[in-house]
Design a protein around this ligand. Structure first.
Ligand code: AMP
Length: 359
């Protein structure tokens, strides 16, 4: 157990790190954020080291200053985590990260353990992309295996020729062709797991995307209780199989015939869990701190339903109106540069739990 008063190390300096540091402070921890970008949003609320993830000296000094290291960003090199773990516990560990940061490794991990995923094929050339398209049949989504986020690094393809062209357009490196899922809705579950195996999960939420970027989260998802229980059980089983310490967000498709297919895993706080800041006794960010420090996990039961809207790009300019709106809970990430689709903040509105979510 790492008691309040200790310093938590966070790899990555985005809004997820910023909100983790704020939540950690609330229960008496300090944070030290390690990130390569000088304008990292988390630097404003924690001790900061601005250095490359490969900078051995900076990593050693960072490790010496913290009691445990966690991360808010998947694309930290797994070797960075291995290096840090010689000096300090790293939660989640390098093995978990190596799976979660590579789509193919992730799909293999899930498929080999009989967790439900949509059919997929690994493709290493335009010709293989064409053949894979024919083998999968119907529409597909071609994705890079690494560094994809918010729809970057993926293309929907509807013909063998489009598959070939998309392979070239997505740049070098291996790719995965997945069958296109004609889903009824997308949901996700954020689950927390401690080193001793204790687990706690927030209820499934529904996610609406626009151009592959999360637009809105409706919490809890209005799905049958049996399906919600199945989604939570699935997320918890995946977290156990991975041996995650910290958080695991599991994104799933609900198919039109009511089955769940796992789309993606993220071993960190997740955009679809931001609503927990305003509608649950303990937020996903505090839950992460509790999980990696071995504290009692918090109660994930919401006291309200919530609608969380991301403020993307120019939408953040609406902040004066949002701040004046009664009941709107506004979160701004302090990013100086506005770019199209960039996550600049979010706003959560609460509703009564019963019958609140019809949208
Ligand atoms: P991802 O980066 O894999 O999370 O994909 C981002 C979004 O693209 C998902 O949340 C879906 O809305 C859409 N998407 C990804 N893969 C598929 C698929 N196989 N079938 C249908 N839609 C998909």
């Amino acid at each position: 157990m790492i008691p309040p008063g200790a310093t938590l190390g966070i790899l990555g300096g985005g809004q997820l790190g910023r909100m983790t540091a704020l939540a950690a402070a609330r229960i008496g921890y300090s944070c030290h954020v390690f990130a390569p970008e000088p304008d990292s949003p988390a630097f404003a609320v924690a001790r900061a080291t601005c250095a490359a993830y490969e900078d051995e000296r900076a990593l050693e000094a960072f490790a010496a200053s913290v009691s445990v290291v966690t991360l808010e960003f998947e694309n930290v090199p797994a070797t960075t985590l291995e290096r840090l773990s010689r000096h300090v516990p790293v939660r989640p560990n390098a093995a978990v990260l190596a799976i979660a940061q590579d789509r193919l490794a992730e799909k293999r991990f899930l498929a080999e353990r009989n967790f439900p995923v949509s059919p997929y094929l690994e493709v290493a050339s335009p010709e293989e992309a064409r053949r894979a398209f024919l083998a999968i049949g119907g529409r597909g989504v071609l994705k890079t295996t690494r560094f994809g986020y918010d729809g970057r690094g993926q293309r929907v393809v509807s013909s063998p020729r489009e598959a070939e062209e998309a392979f070239a357009a997505l740049g070098i490196g291996p790719k995965v062709l997945e069958a296109f899922v004609d889903f009824e809705r997308e949901i996700s579950v954020v689950t927390a797991r401690r080193a001793d195996g204790a687990q706690a999960s927030y209820p499934p939420v529904e996610n609406r995307h626009e151009r592959h970027i999360l637009r809105t989260t409706l919490a809890p998802a209005s799905i049958a209780p049996s399906l919600a229980a199945e989604a939570v059980a699935l997320a918890e089983a995946v977290a156990r199989a991975l041996g995650v310490i910290g958080l695991l967000a599991v994104e799933m498709f609900v198919t039109r015939d009511g089955r769940l297919l796992i789309n993606e895993l993220a071993p960190r706080p997740h955009n679809s869990g931001h609503w927990t800041l305003d509608a649950c006794p303990v937020s996903q960010f505090e839950q992460l701190v509790r999980a990696v420090c071995g504290l009692p996990l918090g109660d994930p039961t919401p006291f309200a339903a919530a609608v969380m809207d991301n403020l993307l790009g120019e939408e953040v300019r609406d902040w004066p109106r949002l701040l004046a709106e009664p009941g709107a809970r506004v979160h701004l990430y302090g990013k100086r540069e506005i770019k199209p689709g960039r996550k600049m903040g979010h706003v959560t509105r609460l509703l009564p739990l019963e019958g609140g979510l019809k949208r």
